[in-house]
Every structure is written in structure tokens, then in C-alpha cells.
Design a protein around this ligand. Structure first.
Ligand code: URA
Length: 242
């Protein structure tokens, strides 16, 4: 039973746990008709089976599994990819709701901008960052100078770094000093080190895609929930690892 008088968890409680604000705020969302459960607009007092209900707020799913949230953030320059910075600089978790507690999936440097996933789903986070799953990350890279074709070939074939040769990358010139680079290793400062190694230091680095996740409309410093299709696509992308 999942009706108002029946069993299950109150919808406002599920929403509050998923980071939509206080229970009062969540009641306001429900009252405004912004919440749907299994396809129907929810009413105040609604109870749900949090294991199975498909709950959407403004059309976006609220954790496919109960309590799990997935935020796609556009990280601005100057924000540290951590939960807590001893030097007191702004941190990425400060840009998303406090509850439930989430952590960044992988890392973008202080000076790197672009897409960063934050979640409390440890399983998917491990898979996205583990090299054996080979999830692609795409970057737009502004570099000093204009890389020649031979430089592009070096980047594509692999560059000798102090921790070994990089795996083949996909590299497309966008402008004389701007490249689109797709890698799937995720070593520390990898793109910057690759570009340094071929004599074209990075001026600006923007991550534009994580596996199937790409969205150019998220303003810097803001985030949105993953949509159901995106989460499914992400799950498919990490389904077959080594
Ligand atoms: N490569 C880098 O050099 N920096 C990042 O932040 C991400 C990839």
C-alpha cells in the first residue's frame, strides 16, 4: 500500500533525504504539483515504497535507489575538488545541497572548469574512476601556441610522462590553439602534463563530457540532478569492466 493512509514512507521525507530541502520545503514542492510518482502528480500526504517508486521532481528522477543522489556540477575555476580544504578555499561540495552527504567522483584541478559528478553512490563512483572501466572524459583545451600535426600525432599515440606513456587519446583541433581531447585514464593532472610534454602548456582546461554525460547549459557554479536516462547510460557505460 502506498496511499495517503497506507504504508510506505512519506514522500516529503523521501524528498528531504534526497536533498530537496526541509520537509516543509518538500511539502511546498508537492503542493505546487512539481512532484510525480509513477507517472501521476503527487498529492500532500502521499506515501511511497521508496524501493520501487519512480519519483520525479520537475521531471528529473530522485535517486533510482533510495537515498542515492547524483548531481552534475559545472565546476568553476578556483574551487577545490574535495569535501574540506585545510586552507579554507571554496570546495565543490559547498556548491550542492548539504544532505545527503556526497563526494566528488574523480578530481578536477583548482584551475580546471567543467563537468563534475557528485554522488553518495560509492559503487558507481569507483567504477567511473577505475581505469579498467575506461570511461571517457572529454576536455576542451586551450594551449599556448599552435600544435602542429606531428604534435597532434604524439598526443594521439601516447606521450612519455614521469609515470609512464599515456594511452592513445583522441585529439581534434578546434582552433589553432584549441584542442578537443578524449582520454580514459584519469591520471593526476594528465591533460596538463601531456600538453606540457609536447611543448604546449595549457592556458584553460574545461571538461565537457564524462562518459555519456554532457551538458553545456549548466552555468558555472550550478548543478542539476542526473536524469533517469543519463543514470541508465552511465550504468551501462560501467557495466563491463575488467
Ligand atoms: N587533466 C588535468 O590535467 N587536469 C584536470 O583537472 C583534469 C584532467
Amino acid at each position: 500500500m502506498t496511499d495517503a493512509a497506507g504504508e510506505g514512507v512519506r514522500l516529503q521525507k523521501v524528498l528531504a533525504r534526497a536533498g530537496f530541502g526541509s520537509r516543509r520545503t518538500c511539502d511546498d514542492l508537492i503542493a505546487a504539483g512539481r512532484v510525480r510518482v509513477d507517472g501521476a502528480v503527487a498529492v500532500l500526504g502521499r506515501r511511497v515504497d521508496a524501493e520501487t517508486a519512480l519519483i520525479l521532481v520537475d521531471g528529473a528522477p530522485v535517486g533510482v535507489r533510495p537515498g542515492l543522489v547524483y548531481y552534475l556540477l559545472n565546476k568553476p575555476v578556483g574551487v577545490v575538488t574535495t569535501a574540506d580544504d585545510p586552507q579554507g578555499r571554496p570546495v565543490v561540495v559547498g556548491l550542492v545541497p548539504d544532505e545527503p552527504r556526497v563526494f566528488p567522483v574523480g578530481r578536477l584541478d583548482l584551475d580546471t572548469e567543467g563537468l563534475l559528478l557528485l554522488t553518495n553512490d560509492g559503487e558507481i563512483a569507483n567504477r567511473i574512476t577505475h581505469p579498467s572501466y575506461g570511461v571517457e572524459k572529454e576536455y576542451v583545451v586551450h594551449v599556448e601556441g599552435s600544435p602542429t600535426r606531428s604534435v597532434l600525432r604524439q598526443l594521439r599515440e601516447g606521450v612519455e610522462l614521469d609515470d609512464g606513456v599515456t594511452a592513445p587519446a583522441r585529439v581534434t583541433p578546434v582552433e589553432p590553439n584549441v584542442l578537443r581531447l578524449v582520454i580514459h585514464e584519469g591520471r593526476n593532472r594528465q591533460v596538463r602534463r601531456m600538453c606540457d610534454a609536447v611543448g604546449h602548456p595549457v592556458i584553460r582546461l574545461v571538461r565537457t563530457r564524462i562518459g555519456p554525460l554532457a551538458d553545456r547549459s549548466i552555468r558555472p557554479g550550478t548543478w542539476r540532478h542526473l536524469e533517469t536516462d543519463e543514470l541508465r547510460a552511465l550504468e551501462r557505460a560501467v557495466a563491463d569492466g575488467a
